[in-house]
Design a protein around this ligand. Structure first.
Ligand code: FAD
Length: 625
């Protein structure tokens, strides 16, 4: 009856699918990864970059859990930077330009060389369900594959429709077919399905760009790699370039809006777009007062002439695309290699999911990535690893489930937002979405999450021991800073150089370091006690020490808030709990029955649940147990 049987099947080899499949296979599950085109595994559909504010922290979190994205970009990146270096640690984050071809090739190699993992190039058309449990999948050539768990990560491919002006054609991405059948499966089983849209700019031939009219942006030296396990090394970094739109660009767009599939006479696109990464015509319509917009001109790799003009995504017709590009300084004579386009696709309402990313309707079925209404490679990969771990736990028959809290990870914040609030527009991560962002920093992702990576067998004991050693050393160093007393005659010249008030009396190094204007590296020559043989570990430890000392007050306050948050979060709601016994409004009962929150905390965050109802619910849950 089956062509082959697996523990876990992952549908889609994008950023979510790769992490899900690797996690499941590495946890010992026989895993199959289905994709429409094996040459496009881990394809960067849009910008050739990984990371950015909040997103870079997600990449570090995936790495701390034992995922692949950070290592993949470290091996294939062509420019690395820390964004917001001069701002507070809560908003700092790494970002890298990728060689998108090398990125794809390396990920494919890793996947092909992972034991327990088969790659299958077929389109999944249907999912087989029996007695409310997933049983397997059926592909477009009629093959049937059995599985205990299925993770769906189909990105922008479900009934994908591409638009260039009023030209529209089916496709999951330019030059790749759409997956038109799988939506029917979701609709048939009662899932709510909606439409969203996104877009991408033209790609330009770099030999026709005049870089002398642009500002050059170089990477940081030494390159700040993403992975906690990447050894420092030198690489040749490639610059990016900055230019701007002009009044001429804006005039061209305004005069051609009637030819846009979004704004034009025949409005073809109904899906909602990404508010924070809008098309160039969206920006001109929504911010008419702005005289110019940034255009970052980014290389797509080491061995290609293609450049990506970040900020010029559009669905206007091709002749208008050419005019827009030629109106931008440095791009007057630029030749377009690939056209810009918009894409509209189906997503499945993520409120159908538990925070494990398992669907509430069908046991053993998980959704992750853009299918849940998110946008971005990092958001997809973050969901992918959580879904992969949970699918593996389910397939292995373990009772345990893996849920990350809002106080533990940006991935936790994102999934909590998705499953409790749903999406009305493509969901993207920002630091402002996290309540405890001073705790969820890129530098301490290993502290927060390596314990899970190790527990699920995705990190080695050696890796985990290194993390433990790092944070034990941080504690020891902070104690040493409290013990070391510095006299005015030793420290005042340093303080003066930092613009800090000189000491009148001896103070501990700890107290001095608390001053915002005094960096730890300036004090180090007076602190021979802060030494380690491992230079790299020392650097990481000192970064941690500095943040913990300087932001101690704020960190303590957030930890207090987390304690309150945890009180509700730790109250589990039994699966068979009867909401009809609780004296709250009918609407609230209906909402709770539909959403089936796992904890009291999750119940409190649902739209329409009044704060006054939570203590009542708590009493009834206690009685039920
Ligand atoms: P994808 O990376 O899309 O991967 C989906 C995978 O599923 C593919 O491997 C495909 O072959 C496979 N697949 C689909 N259906 C089936 C099936 N039935 N059977 C077997 N395999 C299947 N993000 C941003 O952050 N900013 C942007 O500006 C931006 N612009 C974009 C513009 C365009 C035109 C596109 C297409 C995407 C854009 N994105 C952007 C989104 C970004 O590409 C995605 O967020 C990210 O790639 C999602 O990852 P994913 O793993 O969910 O899906």
């Amino acid at each position: 009856m089956w062509d082959a049987v697996y523990d876990v099947i992952v549908v889609g080899a994008g950023h979510a699918g790769c992490e899900a499949a690797l996690a499941a296979a590495r946890m010992g599950c026989r895993t199959a990864l289905f994709t429409i085109n094996v040459d496009r595994i881990a394809e960067m559909s849009c910008n050739p970059a990984i990371g950015g504010v909040a997103k870079g922290t997600v990449v570090r979190e995936i790495d701390a859990l034992g995922g692949e994205m950070a290592k993949n970009i470290d091996e294939t990146g062509i420019q690395f930077r820390i964004l917001n270096r001069r701002k507070g640690p809560a908003v700092r984050s790494p970002r890298a330009q990728a060689d998108k071809h090398a990125y794809r090739e390396r990920m494919r190699k890793v996947i092909e060389n992972t034991p327990n993992l088969d790659v299958i190039q077929q389109i999944v058309d249907d999912i087989i369900v029996e007695d409310g449990r997933v049983k397997g999948v059926v592909t477009h050539i009629g093959a049937r594959y059995g599985a205990k768990a299925v993770v769906v990560t189909t990105g922008t491919f479900l009934r994908g429709k591409i638009f260039i002006g009023f030209n529209e054609f089916e496709g999951g991405r330019m030059w790749e077919p759409a997956a038109n059948k799988l939506t029917e499966f979701y609709v048939r089983h009662g899932f709510r399905v909606g439409r969203l849209k996104t877009g991408t700019p033209v790609r330009i031939d770099g030999t026709t760009i005049d870089f002398s009219k642009m500002e050059r942006q170089d990477g940081d030296e030494p390159p700040p790699f993403f992975s906690h396990w990447t050894e420092p090394r030198e690489i040749e970094q490639i610059p990016c370039w900055l230019t701007y739109t002009t009044p001429e660009t804006h005039r061209i767009i305004r005069e051609n809006l009637h030819r846009s599939p979004m704004y034009g006479e025949c409005k073809l696109i109904s899906g909602v777009g990404v508010r924070y990464c809008p098309s160039i015509e969206d920006k001109i319509v929504k911010f008419p007062e702005k005289e110019r917009h940034h255009v970052f001109v980014e290389p797509e790799g080491r061995n290609t002439v293609e450049f990506y003009p970040n900020g010029t995504s559009t669905s206007l017709p091709y002749d208008v695309q050419e005019k827009i590009i030629h109106s931008i300084p440095g791009l007057e004579n630029a030749k377009i290699i690939r056209p810009a386009y918009a894409i509209e696709y189906d997503f499945v309402d993520p409120t159908h999911l538990y925070p494990t990313l398992e669907t509430k309707i069908i046991k053993g079925l998980f959704n992750a990535g853009q299918i849940n209404g998110t946008t971005g490679y990092e958001e997809a990969a973050g969901q992918g690893i959580v879904a992969g771990i949970n699918a593996a736990l389910y397939a292995l028959g373990k009772d345990e489930r893996f849920v990350l809290g809002r106080d533990e990870a940006y991935i936790g914040v994102m999934i909590d937002d998705l499953v409790n609030r749903g999406v009305r527009e493509p969901y993207r991560l920002f630091t402002s979405r996290a309540e405890y962002r001073l705790l969820l920093r890129y530098d301490n992702a290993d502290y927060r999450l390596a314990k899970y990576g190790y527990k699920f067998g995705l990190l080695t004991r050696e890796q985990y021991e290194r993390v433990k050693k790092k944070y034990e050393t941080v504690k020891v160093f902070i104690e040493k800073l409290k013990e070391v007393k510095l006299k005015p005659q030793h420290v005042n010249s340093i303080l003066e150089a930092c613009g800090s008030t000189p000491l009148k009396e001896t103070k501990s190094a700890y107290e001095i370091l608390r001053r915002p204007e005094v960096p730890l590296d300036k004090l180090l020559e007076l602190l021979p006690e802060l030494q380690l043989d491992d230079e790299r570990l020392l650097k990481e430890v000192l970064e941690e020490v500095e943040i913990e000392v300087k932001y101690e007050g704020y960190i303590k306050r957030q930890l207090e808030e987390v304690k309150k948050f945890r009180k509700l979060e730790n109250v589990k709601i039994p699966e068979d709990f009867d909401y009809d016994t609780v004296p709250i409004s009918t609407e609230e009962r209906q909402k709770l029955k539909e959403m089936r929150p796992l904890t009291l905390g999750q119940a409190a965050r649902l739209e329409g649940i009044r704060p006054a109802s939570i203590p009542i619910l708590a009493i009834y849950i206690e009685k039920w147990k």
